[in-house]
Design a protein around this ligand. Structure first.
Ligand SMILES: [Zn+2]
Length: 307
């Protein structure tokens, strides 16, 4: 089963659960004789009203009676500890009612789910609503706030211009400077727009490469496809993964060549270390003046890497 099929299975389970819950509540209400009688009267009157209206007949006091009965039914519902909302299935996603599709297109909940499954449930960091547009710098050391203000402004522009952005965008800086957080903020801004974002820790990406390498020919495509198809692919912490001979660099190179949509990469490695680790072919793809942009977060400074 591929990730998309798995995601649909999860959605179906969510939908079934929501519908079962609503059905269970309805059944428990109908077990109450008073509620059942009121509900049955309301339905009869609603039917009668519709019948008379369709014949163009005068409905007389029916409306008033109907309203009164509905009021009594609502009061009984409340007395039994429920709200009218309880009678409807409470779907996980209000946009697609957990079907995964809106107007024939994939709902953003489906995309998020597919990528969550690929990442084995690991969430994208920085889920604070609107963080990128309105970042809180309280947690940042005072002397670094200006640099972070600049960084988030650049990233907000990146997200606003997306997908019209550099093919490769790199955030380089030491451990703990908040690169993953910043990349995650971009992901959430794009996900809210309904875009499909795949946030891959480099270690997980490397595992997928190995899985791809070992897979039989007819299974390979399904493993690589999500990496090419996501609107944005983030490779988080490049350089932290173990290097597998004939795997890591080979498929990373293939990915950089075959993926025609934007890629964001975070890394602790300085550019020269990247060259040593991945070789000239990959390095020249990453450090390509035309197609890539490198931001270095360093001390209290944010600089654009000169090539
Ligand atoms: Zn949805």
């Amino acid at each position: 089963m591929d990730y998309r099929e798995k995601a649909f299975a999860v959605l179906k389970e969510r939908r079934d659960r929501a519908e079962e819950r609503a059905t269970r509540i309805k059944q428990s209400l109908l077990a109450d004789p008073e509620y059942r009688a009121l509900d049955s009267e309301c339905k009869k009157l609603a039917f009668e009203k519709a019948r008379l209206a369709s014949l163009d007949r005068d409905i007389g006091d029916l409306n008033a009676n109907y309203e009164e009965l509905c009021g009594k039914r609502a009061a009984r519902l409340k007395a039994l500890g429920h709200t009218p909302e309880d009678l409807k299935p409470r779907y996980h996603c209000a946009e697609c009612s957990d079907t995964g599709s809106v107007g024939g297109r994939d709902c953003k909940c489906l995309k998020e789910l597919v990528y969550l499954l690929i990442n084995e449930g690991q969430q994208v960091p920085c889920s604070a609503e609107g963080f990128l547009e309105n970042p809180s710098l309280d947690a940042v050391e005072p002397k670094r706030r200006a640099a972070y203000g600049k960084l988030y402004a650049l990233l907000a522009r990146y997200a606003a211009n997306f997908p019209d952005v550099k093919h490769i965008y790199m955030l380089i800086g030491a451990v703990g400077v908040g690169k993953s957080w910043a990349a995650g903020a971009v992901c959430h801004a794009l996900m809210r727009r309904g875009l499909g974002v795949l946030f891959m820790p480099a270690g997980r990406l490397n595992e997928l490469f190995l899985q791809y390498h070992l897979a039989p020919l007819d299974k390979k495509q399904a493993i690589f496809a999500p990496l090419l198809e996501a609107d944005l692919l983030v490779v988080d912490d490049l350089g932290s993964e173990p290097v597998f001979n004939n795997v890591t660099s080979v498929y990373l190179y293939d990915l950089l060549c075959e993926r025609h949509r934007p890629i964001m990469i975070t890394s602790n490695l300085e550019t020269e270390e990247l060259r040593l680790r991945y070789g000239d072919r990959i390095f020249s793809r990453l450090i390509d003046a035309e197609n890539s942009r490198i931001l270095v977060i360093e001390g209290s400074d944010l600089r654009l890497k000169k090539r």
